[in-house]
Every structure is written in C-alpha cells, then in structure tokens.
Design a protein around this ligand. Sequence first.
Ligand code: ZN
Length: 107
Amino acid sequence: MFCPKCKSEYRDGFYKCADCGVDLVAQIPPEPEVGYVDLVEVYSTYQQSDIAFIKSVFDGEGITYFFEGESSIMLVAAGAYARLLVKAEEVQRAKEILQDLGFIERI
Ligand SMILES: [Zn+2]
C-alpha cells in the first residue's frame, strides 16, 4: 500500500498514511501529464505596451498564449524581446488576430 501524497510505502494492514492522514492506495496513480503542448512563436516584440495590448485581446478571444521573456525587467535595454507563443492548433486564429491588429503582415 502506498500513500498517494508522500509516496511512502506501507505494509499490509495499514490504511491511512501516518504522516498525511490520507487513505492509502494499492498503486500510486501515474503522474499527471505535464500538460505538454506544442507552442509556436507567432510574434515577438520589444514593446511592453504591445505585450499588454495583445494579452488583453487574446484573453478576450480565449486564446491560450505564453509570452516568453516578458518578465525580463531589462527587456529593452538588453536588446531582448518577448516571444508570443500559442498552441499549435490556435496559430492560425492568433495570426489572423495579429493581422487584424496590424502587428504582422498579411501573407
Ligand atoms: Zn503520506
């Protein structure tokens, strides 16, 4: 028997983890998937204002996005930029929105 929380193994006859107080299980459930999704870069910018604006629009559109590097305080000074990543299946929609907003060229 195993504690699902702290993963301690117990001999038969134990039903609760002495440390956690949770019911023991016969098998430790598999770790949940780390939610791996393919993220695709659709845009990058140096502008904090662009980032804020795109976020508000994408939030409104329900698009899952991730800005990589946006937390960098030295964003501009370092010459770094924030990369806008979205899920692969939402790339098309994200690009259409960015095109509508004039952030990227229509192809
Ligand atoms: Zn435990």
